[in-house]
Design a protein around this ligand. Structure first.
Ligand code: HAM
Length: 434
C-alpha cells in the first residue's frame, strides 16, 4: 500500500469523476440561469460563530462535525474559524455584510464547491463532499418555495436520475413550534427509560431531532408521536396549504413526511429532501433544503425571509452509477499530431499549437519515438483523428488519418483547420464518412 493516502473520508476526483461532476454542474448552472439565479462564491472557512449561531449550538453539525481551523503560530488575530459544513450560513453572512437587502429582492444565487463535515465516514457520507447550492433570499413565499422544489425535481430528471421523489413537511415557526416541541417532550418523557442515551439527552436539549433519529428502536415510537401537522399556527398552515396547491398545479409530485425535520436549527416552515425510490436510507438523500426566515436576522441583518436547497453532487453521481448510467465522458477527444521524424518535436508542437489557436482540441506527441509507436499511443487513448507530419510538409501537405474509419488522405496545410473541423463534427454525429 502506498505510504501516503488521501485523508479518511475524502476522495480524489480522478478525471472521469471530475468530468462527470463538471457535467452535472453545467446542467445545474444552465437550469438555474434559466430561473434567474447568478453564481457567487464565499470563502471555504468562516468565523466559527457564523456556523454556531446559524445552526444552533445543540446540533450534530456544531457539536461534532465542525472542522475547526488551527491558525498559524504567529497568528495574532485570535479568531476562531471553521471550514464550511454547508454554504447557506456563509451566503447569508455575505448578504448582510454587502448590504444585499438594498438589491432587488429576492436575491437569487447559486454556489458550488466542497463542504466539510467531521462525521464518521461511510458509503455516501464523506468528510469533504460537493454541493451545488441554490438560495433565494428576500421572498416569504409560498410560490417561490414551489418554484425551488420544481427546479430541484427538474435537475434530477435532466441529470438522468429516475424515480426521484421529494419528501415535504412544514416544521412551523417561532409562533407554533414551541407548543409542538412541548407536546413532543410530554409524549417522550414517560418513554425516557426506553430511549438510547443520545436520544434521552436530546429530549431536553433539541427534542425535534428525536424525529429523525438514526436508531431503529426509535422508529415505532416516532411513528406514534404527535405530528407537527396538527400543531401549525394558522399562518404556517396556510403557507403550507398554498405551497402544496402550487406544487399540485405545477404537477410536481411529493410525499408528505411529518417526521422530516432536517439537521439544522435555522429552518422554519418548509422543509424538503429528495430520495430515489428504493434508496431511502440515512446517507442517501440526494439533496435537501427549506425555508430559513430567521437566519438573516440571526446573523445581524434586518428580518428577511429566505429559502434554498443543496444538491449533493457526490450522491447524485453514486446514484447514477447505481442506476447503471455511465458518467458522461469528457467532451473533446483531442486530435493527435504525430510525425515521421522522431527528433522533430518542434514541427509537431507547432502544428498542434496552430490547431488549438484555431479552437480545436489537439495534442502533439512530444516523445522522441518512432512513428508506429506514436500512432499506437494515439489509438490507445481513443483518438479519432491523427495528423501525420512527414516529407510532404515541404510541399505544404500533411496526412490526416481517421482511426475509426481506417482511412488516410493528404490535406493541404491551408485547408487543415476546416477539414478537421468538418471531420470532428461528423464524428460527433457518429458518422465516420465510411
Ligand atoms: P443538507 O441536507 O445538510 O442541507 O445537505 C444537502 C445535501 O448535501 C444532502 O442531501 C446530501 O446529498 C449532501 N451531503 C450532506 N452531507 C454529506 C456528506 N457528509 N457526504 C456526502 N454528501 C453529503 C444543507 O447543507 C443546506 N445548506 C441546504 C439548504 C440550502 N437549505 C437551505 N438552503
Amino acid at each position: 500500500m502506498p505510504r501516503y493516502q488521501s485523508p479518511r473520508g475524502t476522495r480524489d476526483l480522478l478525471p472521469v469523476e471530475r468530468s462527470a461532476f463538471l457535467r452535472l454542474e453545467a446542467i445545474a448552472r444552465d437550469l438555474t440561469t434559466r430561473y434567474g439565479y447568478q453564481p457567487m462564491e464565499t470563502p471555504l472557512f468562516e468565523q466559527s460563530d457564523v456556523f454556531e449561531r446559524g445552526y444552533g449550538e445543540v446540533t450534530d453539525i456544531v457539536e461534532k462535525e465542525l472542522f475547526r481551523v488551527q491558525a498559524g503560530r504567529g497568528d495574532q488575530e485570535r479568531e476562531r474559524w471553521a471550514l464550511r459544513p454547508e454554504p447557506t450560513a456563509g451566503i447569508v453572512r455575505a448578504y448582510v455584510q454587502h448590504g444585499m437587502q438594498t438589491l432587488p429582492q429576492p436575491v437569487k444565487v447559486t454556489l458550488t464547491g466542497p463542504m466539510f463535515r467531521y462525521d464518521r465516514p461511510q458509503a455516501g457520507r464523506y468528510r469533504q463532499f460537493w454541493q451545488f447550492d441554490v438560495e433565494a433570499i428576500g421572498d416569504a413565499g409560498p410560490a417561490i418555495d414551489a418554484e425551488i422544489i420544481e427546479l430541484a425535481t427538474r435537475f434530477y430528471a435532466l441529470a438522468g436520475l429516475q424515480g426521484v421523489r421529494a419528501r415535504l413537511n412544514s416544521i412551523g415557526d417561532a409562533a407554533c413550534r414551541p407548543a409542538y416541541v412541548a407536546a413532543l417532550q410530554a409524549y417522550f418523557r414517560p418513554l425516557s427509560a426506553q430511549l438510547p442515551p443520545v436520544e434521552r439527552a436530546r429530549l431536553e436539549t433539541n427534542p425535534l431531532r428525536l424525529l429523525d433519529s438514526k436508531e431503529a428502536l426509535m422508529e415505532p415510537l416516532v411513528a406514534a408521536a404527535p405530528s407537527i401537522a396538527q400543531h401549525l399556527c394558522p399562518p404556517c398552515a396556510e403557507h403550507f396549504a398554498s405551497l402544496r396547491a402550487h406544487l399540485d398545479a405545477l404537477g410536481v409530485a411529493y410525499d408528505l413526511t411529518p417526521a422530516l425535520v432536517r439537521g439544522l436549527d435555522y429552518y422554519t416552515r418548509t422543509a424538503f429532501e429528495f430520495y430515489r425510490v428504493g434508496a431511502e436510507g440515512q446517507q442517501q438523500a440526494l439533496g435537501g433544503g427549506g425555508r430559513y426566515d430567521g437566519l438573516v436576522e440571526l446573523l445581524g441583518g434586518k428580518p428577511t425571509p429566505g429559502i434554498g436547497f443543496g444538491l449533493g453532487l457526490d450522491r447524485v453521481l453514486l446514484a447514477l452509477q447505481a442506476q447503471g448510467v455511465e458518467p458522461p465522458a469528457p467532451t473533446a477527444v483531442p486530435i493527435v499530431v504525430i510525425g515521421a521524424d522522431p527528433e522533430d518535436t518542434l514541427t509537431r508542437l507547432r502544428v498542434a499549437t496552430d490547431l488549438r489557436a484555431a479552437g480545436l482540441a489537439a495534442r502533439a506527441d512530444l516523445k522522441r519515438r518512432q512513428l508506429g509507436k506514436q500512432l499506437e499511443g494515439a489509438a490507445r487513448e481513443g483518438a479519432h483523428l491523427v495528423v501525420i507530419c512527414g516529407d510532404e510538409l515541404a510541399d505544404g501537405q500533411v496526412q490526416v488519418r481517421d482511426l475509426q474509419a481506417g482511412t488516410q488522405r493528404p490535406v493541404n496545410m491551408a485547408d487543415l483547420v476546416r477539414d478537421l473541423e468538418r471531420a470532428t463534427v461528423q464524428h460527433r454525429h457518429g458518422n465516420t464518412g465510411r
